[in-house]
Design a protein around this ligand. Structure first.
Ligand SMILES: [Zn+2]
Length: 218
């Protein structure tokens, strides 16, 4: 395992990332894009624990368990500047309109240091699969060609697969990475309030098996 600084939070804190494997075929796993969705942070840490004990993929997997580190520390959705990082990416549909305070897209596209780090990482590494762990109502939001990964997870969890979460999300990662740059992105919404032992029992095996699909495609 290699530990690297992925980037810096708006408050200047280093955001750690953990890298496993050495293949050309890269995968990015994010937890804590929304700092109050702690279930995703727990999931990302559980994967990190698992890979430290055992890693047998022909993939290079980078995990950023607490992408919105300032938000995780404050237990709030938005970052320290009160910006929703999943509405701030420089997509074609980015808009400064603030639909609701919790979805504040920021003063300009990619104004936030966390997203500047993410955009450079994606540009440099061009992952074959991006998995972003959130919590809300149980759902697998598929953008781009990661239906096989989603099917495996659906089989384990009975979660529904959706192409859209049901309302507009300008400046989001699915649009930026998958629809505009051909980096398939799965936004995995764990059930809100799920206990950590259940996350480890249900979601970790699902993710581990789904990564075998990414490996087979690569
Ligand atoms: Zn979220």
């Amino acid at each position: 395992m290699k530990t690297k600084i992925f980037g810096y939070s708006s408050e200047g804190l280093p955001i750690p990332s953990y890298q496993f494997g050495g293949s050309e075929n890269q995968v990015l796993i994010l937890g804590g894009v929304h700092g109050d969705e702690i279930e995703g942070v727990i999931g990302a840490h559980a994967l990190l624990d698992h890979f430290q004990k055992q890693f047998n993929y022909n993939l290079k997997i980078t995990i950023v368990p607490q992408f919105n580190l300032d938000g995780v520390i404050r237990c709030q959705r938005v970052n320290a500047n009160k910006i929703d990082l999943n509405r701030n990416l420089p997509t074609k549909d980015w808009s400064p309109e603030i639909a609701k305070e919790r979805y504040n897209p920021g003063p300009s596209a990619c104004s936030e240091s966390e997203n500047q780090a993410l955009v450079s990482w994606l540009d440099e590494n061009k992952p074959k699969f991006v998995l972003s762990l959130h919590s809300w109502k149980p759902m697998l939001n598929v953008n781009g060609n990661c239906h096989e990964e989603a099917e495996v997870i659906r089989h384990h969890t009975s979660y529904i697969i959706e192409e859209s979460i049901g309302y507009p999300t300008p400046g989001c990662l699915g649009t930026y990475a998958a629809l505009e740059r051909d980096m398939p992105t799965l936004t995995y919404e764990f059930e809100r309030g799920m206990r950590s032992d259940q996350i480890i029992k249900v979601h970790i095996p699902a993710i581990l098996e789904s990564l075998k699909k990414t490996e087979a495609k690569a």
